[in-house]
Design a protein. Structure first.
Length: 357
């Protein structure tokens, strides 16, 4: 989430500083060693760069530094040679090899218990592939051409029931797609042209889950989402698959859950949240994806809890509701007996006026 970005960077820096020495890679003279977060595992990865291009070993150690979870080599920014991936418990997850940045040769996969799931063979990213659930059931099956999906693909749920099937063209859904619920009955069909067209998604019980338009595989325009009890859960507009404009959400009992504003994928504006009993629990302002100003929080019973101050996402101070209430005591009598939805009490009014640099 955006308001945790600064804390995440700090945590990564502290985490990297505490890593065992064996976790690092030694870069040849003239190369720069960098530590970045691996997108697959979410852990710090060690690698070498030459003139801004990744070259040499790429390693992702475990939290304790005793096991290398991911290991592969790069040549001029492309993965090359042997690849190994381990589960967090240290057991092997996948082995294979790369050539010119493409998966090449025999690839084998194991589950978290160390049991072999299966293998397939690719030639420069092309061939028939299978993905498995942890218990060995098939998760998906289809063909890759130069690393992208092509032709018929089939997807199954973890219980083995058919979920959806249809064709791909150059990595995008293209043609008629069929969807089924967990009972095996047809939910419906969707027709897409190179990933573009009206898209419908269903829950496993057959109720609709989402409806909107795709453009080249990316969401665009107004989308509506539903809970599995057919109650609307969210309504949002997309620009190039990113939130843009007002986003509204609802609880399963149809009570409004939140209202927020986004600009090109980043929260920007006032965010308000309510619990299932229609009591407000959050009010805060965002600017370019970071909390900025005084953020107010209420308890589930509606009592004012605390105020936090942020400056462009950086935490400044905290004031408890009790602390603010003491200063606001002389004003309480003027706001007593406010009807529901209640008017702000004196503490809330004061909190909004507190200086926040």
């Amino acid at each position: 989430m955006a308001h945790h970005a600064a804390a995440t960077v700090i945590a990564l820096a502290l985490f990297v500083a505490s890593y065992p020495a064996m976790a690092t890679v030694v870069c040849p003279a003239g190369m720069e060693q960098r530590t970045e977060r691996d997108p697959k595992l979410g852990l710090p990865a060690w690698s070498c760069f030459h003139h801004g291009v990744r070259n040499g070993r790429y390693l992702v150690p475990s939290l304790d530094g005793k096991v290398i979870l991911l290991s592969v080599s790069y040549v001029n920014g492309l993965r090359t040679g042997n690849y190994t991936l381990r589960h967090r418990n240290g057991k092997m997850a996948a082995t294979g090899s790369y050539a010119y940045g493409m998966r090449d040769g025999v690839w084998t996969h194991w589950n978290r218990r160390g049991q072999r799931l299966g293998s397939y063979t690719l030639s420069l990213g092309s061939g028939d592939v299978v993905q498995w659930w942890d218990d060995g059931k098939k998760r998906s099956s289809g063909r890759l051409e130069a690393g992208v999906r092509l032709g018929p693909w089939v997807f199954w749920r973890s219980d083995g029931t058919l979920k959806e099937h249809g064709p791909y063209l150059e990595g995008l859904r293209h043609g008629v797609w069929h969807f089924a619920n967990r009972a095996g009955n047809a939910n419906g069909t969707v027709v897409l042209n190179r990933g573009s067209g009206l898209m419908v998604v269903w829950h496993d019980n057959g109720h609709r889950a989402a409806y909107g338009r795709l453009d080249g595989g990316r969401r665009t325009g107004l989308w509506t989402y539903w809970h599995d009890n057919d109650v609307r859960s969210m309504q949002v507009s997309y620009t190039d698959d990113r939130h843009h404009g007002v986003v509204m959400g609802w609880h399963r009992n149809a009570v409004k859950a939140y209202v927020a504003e986004y600009r090109h994928g980043r929260e920007d504006g006032i965010e308000r949240r309510w619990n299932e009993h229609e009591r407000q629990v959050v009010e805060r302002r965002w600017r370019a994806g970071k909390v900025d100003g005084v953020a107010l929080y209420w308890r589930e019973d509606g009592a004012f809890a605390e105020a936090l101050c942020f400056t462009k996402g950086r935490f400044r101070w905290r004031r408890s509701g009790e602390e603010i209430q003491r200063f606001a005591a002389p004003q309480r009598e003027h706001l007593a007996g406010a009807p529901a939805p209640k008017a702000p009490n004196a503490a809330e009014l004061l909190a909004r006026k507190l200086p926040c640099p």
